[in-house]
Design a protein around this ligand. Structure first.
Ligand code: ARG
Length: 264
């Protein structure tokens, strides 16, 4: 059983262009976004996971992307410092929630970091993205706070602006990732660390297939990424595909909506 923090897209909208996927001229159907998001919550609960809901903040269109609110390992939470002025007001809502959630410690760091958008705990190391959002100096802050190995990965293509748009892991050994999103030395580091990993294609990454969650046996993936869904299930994992097309209009999908409370 995993523990997830999520936030209902009650105020979801696309009003700015924080990433290349966002186009405010494209209409957004909030009720569809809510229905799709509820299917994700139902799926997690059917899989036996525990979903903790954060109260959505009025006028915060991106608050549904809970992954960006922090990163937690073993009941210790490092809170996010958002990159954009638009999203900074989310911090207080999430921190208030974290303060009441019984963490052993909630650490508010100095440098910009967008939580599990750019930090991924594989069960062994903390992979840390930088390039568009999370300040590389926050990787050091995470390393000190969690006292674990942090691996800095350089993102180079604005379409994959967060690490979680370009990589997810199923087990500590199996990462699924798109090489074109990473600087050559970061891609080499990933190949060295994950010899049994799955390398996705550009089409998989464009369909947001890397924005997935997993619990060792079950993998929850965006239905839009049909090709990668097939490959991951052919690799022997139980894949659940879910349609989050409305949230994709803001540049987010399964993982973006899911803040995982990791444990070692
Ligand atoms: N519109 C949001 C932003 O640009 C999307 C965040 C997606 N979250 C994620 N974990 N990749 O900040």
């Amino acid at each position: 059983m995993n523990r997830y923090v999520m936030c209902r897209p009650e105020h979801f909208d696309v009003v700015s262009t924080l990433n290349p996927w966002m186009d405010p001229s494209v209409p957004v159907f909030r009720s569809t976004a809510i229905e799709q998001w509820e299917q994700l919550v139902d799926l997690y609960e059917d899989l036996g996971h525990d979903v903790d809901l954060v109260q959505p903040g009025v006028g915060l269109p991106d608050m549904v992307f809970a992954a960006n609110a922090g990163v937690a390992i073993d009941n210790r939470m490092m809170a996010a410092v958002m990159w954009s002025a638009e999203r900074r007001p989310e911090e207080a809502h999430y921190r208030k929630h974290f303060d009441r959630s019984g963490f052993d410690e909630v650490f508010v760091p100095e440098h910009v970091n967008e939580g599990e958008g750019d930090f991924l705990f594989t069960g062994q190391v903390l992979l840390a993205g930088t390039g568009f959002r999370t300040d590389r100096r926050s990787h050091r802050e995470a390393q000190r706070f969690f006292d674990i190995e942090v691996v800095t990965l350089q993102l180079i293509d604005p379409r994959w602006y967060h690490l979680d748009t370009a990589l997810f892991s199923i087990t500590p050994e199996v990462a699924v990732w798109y090489p074109g999103a990473f600087a050559p030395d970061s891609a080499a580091e990933l190949r060295r660390r994950f010899p049994d990993g799955i390398e996705a294609t550009e089409a998989d990454a464009l369909a947001f297939g890397l924005n997935s969650t997993a619990d060792v046996r079950h993998v929850v993936m965006p239905a839009s990424a049909g090709g990668l869904v097939m490959r991951v299930s052919d690799a022997g994992f139980a894949v659940h595909a879910i349609d989050l097309s409305e949230l994709l209009k803001a540049g987010g999908s399964v993982k973006c909506c899911t803040l995982e409370l990791n444990s070692t």
